[in-house]
Each structure stands twice: as C-alpha cells, then as structure tokens.
Design a protein around this ligand. Structure first.
Ligand SMILES: [Zn+2]
Length: 247
C-alpha cells in the first residue's frame, strides 16, 4: 500500500488520539464513584430490608399490645361490676359473697399480670421503634451519600465526555487527511494489535511493540520508497518513518 509521508505521519497523531480516547473510555468505566455507588446501593437494599423487618415487628407488637390492653379493660370492667354488686349489698348469701370476693381478688391478680404484659410490650415497642428509627436514619445517610457521589460521578463523566469530544473532533480532522484505504488498514490493525494501529520507528525501535528492528529489516526499510506503507513483521503495526527513525 502507498500513502504520502504526510498522511503516514498523520497516522501517528491518530494513534495518539485513539490512545487518549481509550484512556478516557477506561477512566469513564472505572470511576471510583461507580464502585462506591454499587456499595451504597447494597447498603440501601440492606436498610430497606431492615425497615421492612422493623415495620413487621412494630405491627406485631402493636397487635399484641392492643389485644393485651383490651384484655385489661375487660378485666377492669368485670372488677367494677363485681364491686358495684358488693357495694350495693346485692349479695347477702355468705357463700356467694365469699365467692364474689374471691373472684375480685383473682381478677385483680389477672389485671396486674396483664398490666405487666402491657408494660413489657410497650418496652418491646420502644425497642422496635428505635430499631426502625435507626434504620430510617441510616437510609437517610445512604441517600445523601448517594446523591453526593452521583453528583461527583456525573461531574467526572461530563469532564471526560468533554475531553473525549475534543479528541474525537481532532480524530475526525486527522482521518480526513489520510486516504480511506490506509484508515481501513489502520483500524483493522488497531482492533487486533492492542489498540495501537501505527507506531513510530524511532532509533531503530518499533514504538508499538518496543522491539529493536534487525539490520536486515532496517536495510529493507531504507530501500523502500517514502510513500511505501511499512509494516513491522513482529507486531504487524504500520511503522511510520520520521527524522528520528535512525535510518
Ligand atoms: Zn512492532
């Protein structure tokens, strides 16, 4: 393949721009903020689970609590009724009186027990509520962190995009100065040879694979016409001759 030395030199610029574009692409994909956001999203999922569990616990305790309170009320009402009967002197039979008094005594005991249960449940409710509040607070922290890191990530991406757009514009200009068939070859090599399609021959060394060329290879290149497109046998890249090539 033949191409003017100027067009070949443009390939070196193109290779630098492609390296730059690759670097930017890699930076965009490996932004530390993305890893941080992934971690935060795991934390957010855990917080959501914790809140669900806490809500279930609270609902359970609330149900038990209202049942216990209802039981206390029922016992209290019965005690009142019994006391009213006693106070009104409705019961004159000694046996019946004793049995009623016994009932009141056992109801009072039951009331005490139930009130104890209510207290315990209220304590459990407090603990459950504290757990729920803690989870909700952590959820708030996670959301705030997510927002801050997302903003930082977006700013970094915007900056990378800006640099990439500049490099892409420069690339388009460089491409327009190179014959289409040489661009096709360059892109094909670029796709296989580690991202760099062309390299400078500098002081007898290939700038792509860093191999020193043999005397025989250098002699062959010396003999080639300036518009001959040279390939490095070793890495298949297009070797571009410059004043520094050592020929
Ligand atoms: Zn090479």
């Amino acid at each position: 393949m033949k191409a003017s030395p100027e067009a070949q030199l443009r390939l070196l610029e193109l290779a630098d721009l492609d390296t730059e574009l690759g670097r930017l692409d890699h930076r965009r994909r490996t932004l530390p903020e993305n890893a941080e956001l992934a971690q935060l999203s795991e934390r957010a999922a855990k917080v959501r689970d914790a809140i669900t569990i806490a809500d279930t616990n609270l609902a359970d305790v609330d149900r038990e609590l209202s049942r216990a309170e209802r039981d206390v009320d029922q016992v209290r009402v019965r005690i009142e009724k019994d006391n009213q009967r006693l106070d009104a002197g409705q019961v004159s039979n000694a046996r019946e009186l004793e049995s009623l008094q016994n009932e009141v005594a056992s109801l009072r005991k039951r009331q005490n027990d139930l009130e104890e249960v209510v207290l315990e449940l209220m304590e459990r409710r407090e603990t459950a509520q504290a757990l729920r509040d803690g989870a909700a607070a952590e959820g708030g922290t996670v959301s705030a962190d997510e927002a801050a890191i997302t903003a930082r990530r977006d700013a970094a991406v915007a900056e990378i995009d800006q640099q990439a757009a500049k490099a892409a514009t420069a690339r388009a200009t460089a491409v327009s100065d190179v014959p289409a068939d040489l661009i096709v070859l360059y892109d094909k090599i670029r796709a296989t040879a580690g991202g760099r399609g062309a390299a400078e021959l500098r002081r007898g060394q290939c700038g792509g694979c860093r191999e020193m060329l043999s005397t025989a290879e250098l002699n062959e290149i010396r003999a080639a016409a300036p518009d001959e497109v040279i390939r490095h046998e070793e890495c298949r890249r297009i070797l571009v001759r410059t004043a520094d090539s050592g020929l």
